[in-house]
Design a protein around this ligand. Sequence first.
Ligand code: ADP
Ligand code: MG
Length: 356
Amino acid sequence: MSDPILSVRNAIKTYGDFRALDGVDLEIWAGEFLTLLGPSGSGKTTLLSAIAGFSPLTGGQILTRGTDITRLPPEKRGFAMVFQGYALFPTMTVAENVGYPLRVRKWGRQALRERVAECLDLVQMGAFADRMPHQLSGGQQQRIALARALSFRPDVLLLDEPLSALDKTLRADLQWELKALHERLGVTFVYVTHDQDEALSMSDRIVILSDGRIQQEGAPGDLYNWPRTRFVANFLGKSNFVEARVTGRNDLGMTAVAGGTSFALPAVEGAAPGTTLGLALRPERIRIARPGEEAFSGRVRQISYLGERCQVIIEHPELGEMLVSQSTWHAGLRPEPQMDVSFGWDTDACVALREP
Ligand code: ADP
Ligand code: MG
């Protein structure tokens, strides 16, 4: 396999005593759509700026295709960056904005004009070449910023929360467009967001950051289905947490007890009978039924209707509040507040966490 297009090795960034990046190791492959996902303050912008070359690392290395670029200035890296604010030059037209990186790189007039037109078409803004930035909507300005970033055919496009200033509907449209653009161009995208849905829907791979460290990385479905920590299970979607004691195991799986009830789950490495496990259980994996039909008994506390789904909180005397998410079109029991119900889940619904 060839070298990764980007390698970050033991990246450390300190501000005084504070570690904004605390030993980040990351490889990014050519053509990938990689997302850095984490709460505000987790170090996403710091990491992206270090890759771009805007903010030098305190320690560690950044390589592109095996070559150390840790000390190379941003303009020599061949990467482009799009920020949250649109950052267009207010006194230049749309076409001048998009052509700016090409003028800096001393492109000839004809080639420059053709490339600007091509890039404006790419973001469906061909008709707006002569407008000034203030004559454009937020979404249009962000398209122009994108066209400008792509104009000089960068190897890597770094995007720092580019859609976060836009309203929900527009954001969803642009998510589709960005994804399509990525597929069409084959450019490596390194995308920063704090929005889990955005990360899940757009990325080939997600890297979850918290407190300047990588918590877990993987394909969206793998991270969602196999969170290793409580933080990841809660940050990517919602989860119930159940403490269970292992009571037996065989080749196929294990049995455990939680809240006084026995249930089966897949075998967990190293979990001998007697071990206590922290389990994450997705709300959509829990079934609700009439009393006695499922293993656990509880009472419905609260229901909230969300359109296509409905969320139900069931109180269990020992497990506490369990969140259940049911399709509104679900054919089974329709829970109502104060109803006595039973609940349960399939054997493979529980994921054992490796608690920090
Ligand atoms: P994110 O983009 O994930 O919201 P940042 O990378 O911007 O987070 O910041 C990570 C942490 O580093 C935050 O706690 C932030 O306050 C701190 N930080 C960022 N830039 C500076 C700076 N110039 N001086 C001091 N602290 C900073
Ligand atoms: Mg940020």
